[in-house]
Design a protein around this ligand. Sequence first.
Ligand code: FE2
Length: 201
Amino acid sequence: MAFTLPELPYAHDALAPYMGEETLQLHHGKHHQTYVTNLNNLIAGTDLENKSLEEIVVASAKDPAKAGIFNNAGQHWNHNLFWRTMKKGGGGKPGGELLKRIEHDFGAYETFAEQFKQAGVTQFGSGWAWLSLDGDKLKVSKTPNGSNPLVDGATPLLGVDVWEHAYYLDYRNRRPDYLSAFLNHLVDWEAVEAELTKASS
Ligand code: FE2
C-alpha cells in the first residue's frame, strides 16, 4: 500500500509568526511530499512494500544497502509526528500526566526544556531533537538526518526538525530562536500526552 502525505491539522498560516505560511507550504507540500514519493518509489516491488512505516524504518536502519529507503521512511515518520504535535497557540508548560512524568524524570519542566533545546542546537547539520519514551523513562536525544529513536527501541513523543528547511525562512541562521519559539508557542502538549498514552499501552 502506497504511503500518502497527511493533511496538516491546521491552515498554512495558522502557526505564524512562529512558523510562517511559506515555510509550511514548502516544508509540508514540497519537502515532506518528496520523502513520501521517494519512499513509495524505492519500496515498490521489494519485500518492504507491504510493511508498516515503523517496520520499514527499523528494518532499513542497519542495512547500508537500504540507506535511501531508511532516509525517506524516517523523514516520513518524523514529519507525521512533527505536524500532529504542533498547534496554533501551543507551547509553554504542559500539564496533566505528561508534566508529572517530565518532573519525575527530569526534575523540572525547565530542565527538560533546556536539554531539549540544547539537543537541537548541538545537532551538527541536519537532524532532529527528541523527547522519547525509552522503557518507562522519558529521555531527550538527537539524531542526524532522517533517523529517529525508533531505531534504538524507544518511542518518540515529540520531535523538532532542525533541518534548515524547517526554520531558515522565518529565523535565518538563528536555530536557538526557532527552538525557543517551538517550545514556547507551537508544541501541542495534549497531542504529546496522547503519544505518551499510545506508547504506554
Ligand atoms: Fe523537515
